[in-house]
Each structure stands twice: as C-alpha cells, then as structure tokens.
Design a protein around this ligand. Structure first.
Ligand SMILES: N[C@@H](CCC[C@H](N)C(=O)O)C(=O)O
Length: 307
C-alpha cells in the first residue's frame, strides 16, 4: 500500500452502493451511526440517509457528551460519485469543529461503515480507496466479523528529529512527523494519561507548531512493541489514534529504537504497524459499530441552525 496510491486490486464500484445488500430495517432509516476504534469514537453522518450537512458548530454539538450524541469527531460521507467510478470521498472533523485532513481510526471506521451499510463490494476482501483531504487512501477489510481493517498510511515526512522544546518546566526532545496530518512524537522513559493531559495541550498549541499538532508521548517497551499516550489537535486526550500510532511507530523506527514491525499499545487497545523497505506505513486494527439512529426533531433543528 503506497502513499496516496491505489493499486491494481482497487475496487471502485460501477454503481451506487446498494441498500439491497445487508442493511437491516433500522439502518435504512438511520440518519447517523456511532462507531469506535479502540475507544476513539466518531459519529458517522451519512448523506444517503440524511440531507443534513454538518458545519463546525453542528459538529461541536454532535460531539458534545452532555448536549449531543458525544464523540471525538464526525465522519461525513459517503460523498462524491462512486457510481461514476470515483473513489468514495469522506470529510473528517474533530470535536472542536475543525476539519482534519486524515484520521487513521476514522478511515477504519468508515471502511467498516461502507461494508456494514452497503455490503458488496465494500464488504469483500479487496482493497478499495477512500478519498480524504490528504489524498486517496487504500483500505482493506481483513475480517468483517471482528471489524479488522488494514489502511495504507503512505510514506511519512519527517521534520525536525529530537528537537529540544521547553514545555511545562521540562525540556523535551520532539520529533515531527507528517503522515497526512501533523504529529509531534515525544519519547520518554515513562508515560501516563496525566502527563498527556498536562503537556499535550502545551505542545499542540506551541508557537513551534503554528497549525497546531497532534502529540504522542512514546515509551519503548521492546524492539517490537511501543506504548503511546495521545493528545489530539482538535479533540484533546483520546484513548487511541490511528495516525498517531503510525507516526509514533515511524519516529521510533527512524530513531533506531525499534524494528519495522511494531505493536502500538494505547489505553483503548492495540494497532499493528508495519513499515515497508520504501518507508511506507500500513496499520491494522479493529473498529466497531455502536449504534444507528435518528435525530429527534428538536435536536435536528438545533443541528441545522447551529452557528
Ligand atoms: N483520531 C484520529 C486523528 C484525528 C485527526 C487529528 N485530531 C487532527 O486534527 O489531525 C486518528 O485516529 O488518526
């Protein structure tokens, strides 16, 4: 799986994903779906079940854990014209309403959404592309029953390696990685959720990163295993992040701390990351549908008028 590439095995459906495959009755009337990938949760707003287009304020309301559905972000799709042979497009949003280029967990959840909602060809075991703001990303459902999906995350670009930053009274060595979205990887002897919550926002919003950044606190377990705690740009502390797992694995490998195949442990679960000889990264992990439903008329009106 190469960067922003599609391969000869890519499936692009000749017709609109059909509701004749496996959708259950309740799914046919669903306006939204909720998914999680290792505890990183998203609301899928599917325009084929709803004419609602989420703007930033509506995304914030949807993601609100007290006044909305509650999530780390929103996935909006399928968009585009798959019936005309184009890859399915999706837009991805953080819980603060900002749109992000790419979410690794989001891609696994969305691939599963296509397979579970529309069936073939999405539910088969062939690779297909998803079009994101960061380019086309190849995905493959390895096992539908367990929700196991492989994603080609491309060849990351490295910025400064081990750059010294003074943050929260500590001097940290930060390695910048871009794999569609920006990451700052901080290797440490010990990591914790508390540390990520405390230092994460200071690094994410540091003047060194004018466009803000996702932050990974990285501990090396052994040459085949790393652990990370994640503070996401636009979403805060999360239990897992796919693009973060890939960025941290790429940084650990580039720093000579691990081999090319690593298990990335996060509080929400594990992702397996492989780095090919040409530097391109692929990840494998699970995702799961939690629910599908309809907005109440009152809430729907709030979403439509959210400013
Ligand atoms: N949870 C995601 C990352 C989502 C995007 C990120 N917060 C950003 O703004 O770049 C993942 O699994 O990759």
């Amino acid at each position: 799986m190469g960067e922003h590439s599609t391969s000869s095995t890519v499936v692009t459906p000749a017709s609109t994903p059909s509701a004749s495959s496996p959708p259950a009755e309740f799914e046919e009337s669903a306006e939204f779906f909720t998914y999680h990938a290792l505890g990183n949760d998203y609301v899928v707003v599917d325009p084929r079940g709803s004419d609602f287009t989420p703007g930033p304020a509506a995304v914030r309301l949807l993601c609100d854990r007290h006044f909305g559905v509650g999530a780390d972000g929103v996935l909006f799709g399928p968009l585009g014209a798959p019936e005309a042979g184009e890859p399915v497009r999706l837009r991805m949003f953080n819980s603060d309403g900002t749109e992000c280029e790419k979410s690794g967990n989001g891609l696994r959840m969305f691939a599963l959404h296509l397979a579970e909602t529309y069936g073939e060809p999405w539910s088969g075991d062939e690779e297909f592309p998803l079009r994101t703001a960061a380019g086309d990303v190849p995905v493959r459902i390895l096992d539908l029953a367990s929700g196991t999906v492989q994603v080609g995350m491309g060849r990351p670009e490295f910025g400064a390696t081990g750059e010294s930053l003074d943050v929260g009274g500590r001097r940290l060595a930060v390695t910048s990685v871009h794999n569609g979205n920006p990451h700052a990887v901080v290797p440490l002897a010990e990591i914790s959720a508390g540390l990520a919550r405390e230092l994460g926002p200071l690094i994410a919003g540091h003047t060194r990163f004018p466009g803000r950044t996702n932050v990974q606190f990285l501990a090396i377990v052994d040459r085949r295993t790393i652990a990370i705690e994640v503070y996401e740009r636009g979403a805060g502390y999360t239990l897992a992040s796919g693009s973060s797992a890939c960025a941290a694995a790429a940084a650990a490998h580039a720093l000579g701390l691990t081999g090319p195949d690593v298990e990335v442990r996060m509080p929400g679960g594990r992702i397996d990351v492989s780095i090919a000889a040409d530097g391109s990264v692929s990840m494998t992990g699970t995702a799961e549908r939690i629910s599908s439903g309809r907005f109440s008329p009152v809430f729907r009106n709030k979403l439509e008028t959210a400013r």
